[in-house]
Ligand binder design. Structure first.
Ligand SMILES: O=C(O)CCC(=O)C(=O)O
Ligand SMILES: [Fe+2]
Length: 263
C-alpha cells in the first residue's frame, strides 16, 4: 500500500469517525458550468427519469448520454484515495445519477443503503460478507446556509437505527412517518457544500437534502451522485439505486475503477 499524504490521512480519519467528509473544490468552475448546461438542457426537454413529490428530478442515463464527462467522475481524483483505501479493488460503481431541484425541495430522510445492517440476515449464508457502500456527491450550485443544505444524522456510522423503525426505511412524502420524525429529533450535522465541492459518505447514514428558499435566476440547485458498492451485492438487497443500467452501459469489468485486468 502506498503512503498517503497527511491531508488524506486526516480526511480518512474524519470520514471513518463521522461517516461523511466535505471535499472543497473537487471540480473546477468550468466543469461545473458544463454539467449545469447539460442538466438544465435535459430538464428543459423533460428528459428525466424521475420527478418525485419531495422535489427531486433525477437523470439516470448520463453514463450513456455524456460518456466522457461521466467517466471523469468515476473514481474522480478528488475522491479516489478514499475509495481506494476503503473499498480497494472491490470498489464497483453501482450508479451515477444527477438531480435538479427546480421547485421547493425537502428530501425524505433516507439511507441510500437501506439494508446495510441486514446483509448477514438477508444473505442466508453460513459465511456472509458485510459490504460497505460509499456515495460521492458532487454539488453544482452553492448550498449557502440561506439557500440549501445537506444534513446527516450524527453518530449512526456504527449503530443501526432502532429496530422498530425498520419497516419505515423507504421513500415517503409523509413527514410524520416514524423514521422521518425520528431523524428530525436526532442530533444533526448540517453541511453547506458550494458549487464544485464533493461530499463523500458511507451510504448507510441517514441524510436529507433541502432547499431553504428559491434559487437565484438560472441557478437551479443541482448535484451528481455516484454510488459505489463493495462486491458482493445481490439483487434483493435494498438500495436506493439499481445497478442494471450501469452494468449494461459500462460492462461488468468497466464498473471497477481500480481493478485493472492484469490484477
Ligand atoms: O443534497 C441532496 O439533495 C441529497 C443528496 C443525496 O441524497 C445523496 O447524495 O445521496
Ligand atoms: Fe441520498
Amino acid at each position: 500500500m502506498t503512503s498517503l499524504s497527511q491531508e488524506i490521512e486526516e480526511g480518512l480519519t474524519q470520514l471513518n469517525r463521522d461517516g461523511f467528509l466535505l471535499m472543497p473544490g473537487a471540480l473546477p468552475a468550468e466543469r461545473v458550468e458544463q454539467w449545469k448546461s447539460v442538466l438544465y438542457a435535459l430538464y428543459d426537454r423533460g428528459a428525466y427519469e424521475i420527478s418525485n413529490g419531495v422535489g427531486n428530478v433525477a437523470f439516470e442515463k448520463l453514463l450513456a448520454l455524456e460518456p466522457e464527462l461521466a467517466a471523469e467522475l468515476i473514481g474522480h481524483a478528488s475522491v479516489a484515495p478514499f475509495l481506494r483505501e476503503i473499498l480497494g479493488k472491490q470498489c464497483q460503481l453501482r450508479s451515477l445519477r444527477a438531480h435538479v431541484n427546480p421547485a421547493a425541495y425537502h428530501q425524505e430522510w433516507h439511507m441510500d443503503f437501506y439494508d446495510y445492517y441486514y446483509q448477514v440476515e438477508k444473505s442466508e449464508a453460513r459465511q456472509p460478507i458485510q459490504a460497505q457502500c460509499i456515495n460521492t456527491t458532487f454539488y453544482l450550485t452553492d448550498n449557502t446556509p440561506e439557500r440549501a443544505r445537506l444534513t446527516f444524522v450524527k453518530n449512526y456510522l456504527d449503530r443501526p437505527v432502532p429496530e422498530e423503525l425498520l419497516p419505515f426505511l423507504r421513500y415517503t412524502e409523509d413527514r410524520n412517518d416514524p423514521f422521518q420524525r425520528w431523524c428530525d429529533e436526532q442530533e444533526l450535522a448540517h453541511l453547506h457544500p458550494m458549487a464544485g465541492d464533493a461530499v463523500i459518505f458511507y451510504s448507510h447514514i441517514p441524510h436529507q437534502g433541502a432547499k431553504i428558499g428559491p434559487d437565484p435566476e438560472d441557478e437551479i440547485r443541482a448535484n451528481i451522485v455516484l454510488h459505489y458498492q463493495q462486491n458482493p451485492m445481490f439483487p434483493s438487497i435494498r438500495f436506493v439505486s439499481n445497478p442494471q443500467f450501469t452494468l449494461e452501459t459500462l460492462g461488468y469489468a468497466g464498473t471497477f475503477p481500480f481493478a485493472n485486468p492484469s490484477g
